[in-house]
Ligand binder design. Structure first.
Ligand code: HSE
Length: 296
């Protein structure tokens, strides 16, 4: 039985739409082994498909097919801590689990680069799949076939405090509300900020992050789909966050907070309760520099 730990991810990081993402200390776990049929269990009670439509199974099957190996079935046990359809890379975690699990079962026929490419081909964008596999902050360009990527480890005590709404927002819906075209001026607005984000995070110039997370490609449109989203951003800034942005396609909202800002989470919890948002969750996370790992 192979046991895999896969981190949550936060994609886009404000202006880096479809290009930037980082891995976070919040994990799904998957156990996988070959079997004579499909046996899928959710150990934490999260409802998951238990037939061949299960994303971990389906993805593992793809890798077997590509390698020309027959798959009779798999036994899969999942612990899904990463909430689904919340902008924290839950689908990518399943895809990576299926690929890494199948690759291990077959004796690692696929290289790391091939896994990065294949996961992006399956998911459609690399900014969740690549950091889920690689860890750290990943800059990625997907040309439709290959991902051209750089992973950088981030040594920081910054907290990534995520506010998770009590409703789902499917990526398809969150992409459907985006404009088909943008102006040259807005393109410059975004690309300059995306570049500023990575450089500032990696060099510790955290005072730049507030400017760096602004964008004109997706957040202004998607925030319309998230009632109270702007109030959460305002609260995060009033509590001293360096920056607040929409995680991935949303609806989760991320605040980047100094380690010395000791009571940020408690204060955010209190503010959410006052807003009538007691069902929204708050989690304090950190950057995971390792990515997906096989555990004992
Ligand atoms: N970059 C993607 C988006 C992330 O924002 O739609 C979700 O896959």
């Amino acid at each position: 039985m192979i046991k895999i730990q896969i981190p949550a991810t936060s994609a886009n990081l404000g202006a880096g739409f479809d290009a930037l993402g980082l891995a976070l200390s919040y994990y799904n776990y998957v156990e996988i082994e070959e079997a004579d049929g499909i046996y899928i269990e959710s150990l934490d009670g999260t409802p998951v498909p238990t037939d061949s439509s299960n994303l971990v199974y389906d993805t593992a099957h793809i890798l077997y097919d590509i390698c020309g190996k027959k798959l009779d079935g798999l036994r899969i046990r999942q612990i899904n801590n990463i909430p689904m359809a919340r902008g924290l890379g839950s689908s990518s975690a399943c895809i990576i689990a299926g690929l890494v699990g199948a690759n291990q079962l077959l004796g690692e026929p696929m290289s790391l680069d091939e896994l990065v490419n294949l996961s992006a081909q399956i998911e459609g964008h690399p900014d969740n799949t690549a950091p889920a596999l690689l860890g750290g902050i990943v800059t990625a360009v997907f040309d439709g076939k290959c991902v051209h990527w750089v992973k950088q480890e981030v040594y920081t005590t910054l907290k990534f405090v995520v506010v998770v709404p009590d409703f789902e927002l499917k990526t398809e819906k969150a992409r459907a509300c985006l404009p088909k075209e943008i102006s040259h001026k807005d393109a410059v607005y975004n690309l300059s900020r995306a570049a500023l984000f990575s450089a500032s995070l990696l060099t510790g110039k955290y005072e730049n992050l507030r400017t760096a997370v602004h964008d004109r490609l997706h957040q202004p449109y998607r925030m319309e789909l998230i009632p109270h989203g702007r109030d959460v951003f305002d609260t995060a800034y009033s509590l001293g966050a360096y920056a607040a942005y929409l995680s991935g396609a949303g609806p989760s909202l991320m605040a980047i907070v100094d380690a010395d800002n000791e009571y940020f989470c408690g204060k955010m919890r209190f503010a959410l309760d006052k807003m009538g948002l007691s069902a929204w969750e708050v989690h304090e996370l950190h950057i995971d520099n390792i990515g997906t790992r096989i555990i004992n």
